[in-house]
Design a protein around this ligand. Structure first.
Ligand code: PLP
Length: 503
């Protein structure tokens, strides 16, 4: 018999619960250690339009629908209506709908870009049950979610390297990679890492010639490129106006500025979408019929996205795109003005990505110096002939901060030069040079993590070493020295060290 008094509780579960204000205060205290989601100083992970009142509107809409279940659209017609309205908006923004070259566009609301891409691959795969070993063709700059999709769905991934000079795939190389088993060709508008738009029209044409579907990953840029084009920027054709484009993904939780958990996957017509659905009636419960991966899903994110779009409207997005375009131009100018840095590509969307020139500062030290000055950028490791780089996702909230960035960048570069490049301790360098993923033992991982200052325990009051070192340059340098397969393995192990229950 279990004695209720002696039952051991832990983690978030207390014996009698705590007062509501205590629970909320705990959340707020934990949140205070996060990177700042507002204020225009975080250049990855969050998309902030800095529109007064928008957060409150989205939170109120989320609350209205948080307990609604998208499992069954007939039980909750409100969700079906909001999803259809979001798909209609996305379809319109991306060149589809009545009166266009793609009048029959249909789609679904998913939980994010990764889910949209997994479903695009699944749909293409399941359209060809006769192909027993299906493959997809992607440029090496395509988002990692395609690799995840291929892995989850047991589809082979044919990666086409991009020339370092253009950072975008050569359509002839994409064509050459298509095989009889290819079910999908993909490209980006734009790529996340460098923000460049692939030659979609040419790639869609070679896919169509081969009778293969073509997906445009516009998760990042699908909501900004059309507005940038209206502002006069030279945005190449990338949407349903392009013949041969069969599906497009666009994340509303990025540049539609909705809270997290909403992306849209569009197909040119319902027949192309059909294999996306999963239906199952062969059990005694309700017949399952899902367009997306999740079964039960909260209406909260969908309602929040709906309210966000309704409130901002077309004119609001055009204004936000104007502000963002100007911020991008200002940040790119700030980079150009610094000796030792160069842009990886001229900005064509809302990314500024730069690297160091010969004799320039150590980029990983620079990233730490920027962090110390309150600028949170994203380091990107060197890969296949591409140098390491620093990625800035620019949103409208950055605009008022641009003038402060330039002087801080100059200072941070000077500090990084003064500090000099990171030197891996000889034993770590030797280890990473000799290690293979298979040779990594738990003891080695613990030793490496300790050498890098990873995985320590914060004290109850938040003091103590904490799980991450204050400066990440050493960790990034070690990862940069490792080949991709070892990077993956090391990160799995390191993150595993962080993800431990609190008792
Ligand atoms: C081009 C592109 N595709 C897909 C994704 C994946 O989106 P999510 O993180 O919402 O799953 C991203 C995320 O940054 C992206 O930039």
């Amino acid at each position: 018999m279990i004695d209720d008094e002696s039952r051991v509780l832990g983690g978030a579960l207390s014996r009698d619960g705590v007062a509501a204000e205590v629970a909320l205060a705990e959340v707020r205290r934990l949140r205070s250690g996060d990177r700042p989601t507002h204020g225009g100083r975080l250049f990855a992970y969050v998309y902030d339009p800095a529109v007064p009142g928008l957060d409150d509107l989205a939170a109120a809409a989320h609350r209205e629908s948080a307990h609604v279940n998208g499992l069954d659209p007939t039980a909750f017609p409100s969700l079906l209506a909001m999803e259809n309205a979001l798909v209609g908006a996305a379809g319109r923004v991306l060149g589809g709908g009545p009166g266009t070259a793609a009048p029959d566009v249909v789609g679904s609301v998913t939980s994010g870009g990764t889910e949209s891409l997994i479903l695009a691959v699944k749909t293409a795969r399941d359209a060809h049950p006769e192909i027993t070993a299906p493959r997809i063709v992607v440029p090496s700059t395509a988002h990692a979610a395609f690799a995840k999709a291929a892995h989850y769905l047991r589809v082979a991934l044919d990666v086409v390297p991009v020339p370092v000079t253009t950072l975008r795939p050569d359509p002839a190389a994409m064509a050459a990679a298509i095989r009889p088993e290819t079910v999908l060709v993909a490209c980006s508008a734009p790529s996340y890492a460098h923000g460049v738009v692939d030659p979609v029209a040419e790639i869609a044409a070679v896919a169509a010639d081969a009778g293969v579907r073509c997906h445009v990953d516009a998760c990042f840029g699908g909501w900004t490129l059309p507005y940038l084009r209206r502002l006069g920027e030279p945005v190449p054709a990338f949407d349903f106006a392009v013949p041969g484009v069969t599906s497009i993904s666009v994340d509303l939780h990025k540049y539609a500025y909705a809270p997290k958990g909403v992306s849209v996957l569009l197909h040119r017509d319902a027949a192309l979408r059909a294999p996306q659905y999963f239906a199952y009636a062969d059990w005694p419960g309700y017949t399952m019929i899902n367009p997306v991966i999740a079964s039960t899903r909260s209406g909260g994110p969908i309602a929040a996205a709906y309210a966000t779009l309704r409130h901002l409207g077309d004119a609001g997005y055009l204004r936000l795109a104007t502000v963002t375009r100007d911020a991008v131009a200002g940040l790119a100018d700030a980079v150009r003005a610094v000796d030792g840095l160069r842009l990886m590509a001229e900005p064509e969307s809302t990314v500024v990505c730069f690297t160091a020139t010969e004799g320039g500062p150590d980029l990983f030290v620079l990233v730490d110096e920027l962090t110390a000055r309150g600028w949170h950028t994203q380091p990107q490791l060197s890969y296949a002939g591409l140098p390491s780089s620093v990625h800035l996702t620019v949103t409208a909230a950055v605009a008022p901060r641009v003038a402060e960035f330039g002087p801080d960048l100059v200072e941070a570069v000077a500090a990084a030069r003064a500090a000099g490049p990171v030197r891996l301790p000889a034993e770590l360098a030797a280890l990473v040079g000799a290690l293979t993923p298979e040779a990594l033992t738990p003891e080695l991982v613990v030793g490496l993590a300790a050498g890098l200052g990873l995985g320590g325990q914060a004290d109850g009051d938040g003091s103590g070493a904490g799980p991450l070192p204050e400066r990440m340059a050493l960790v990034n340098t070690l990862l940069d020295a490792a080949p991709p397969a070892l990077r993956e393995r090391l990160l799995v192990e390191f993150v595993g060290l962080l993800q431990r229950p609190t008792w």
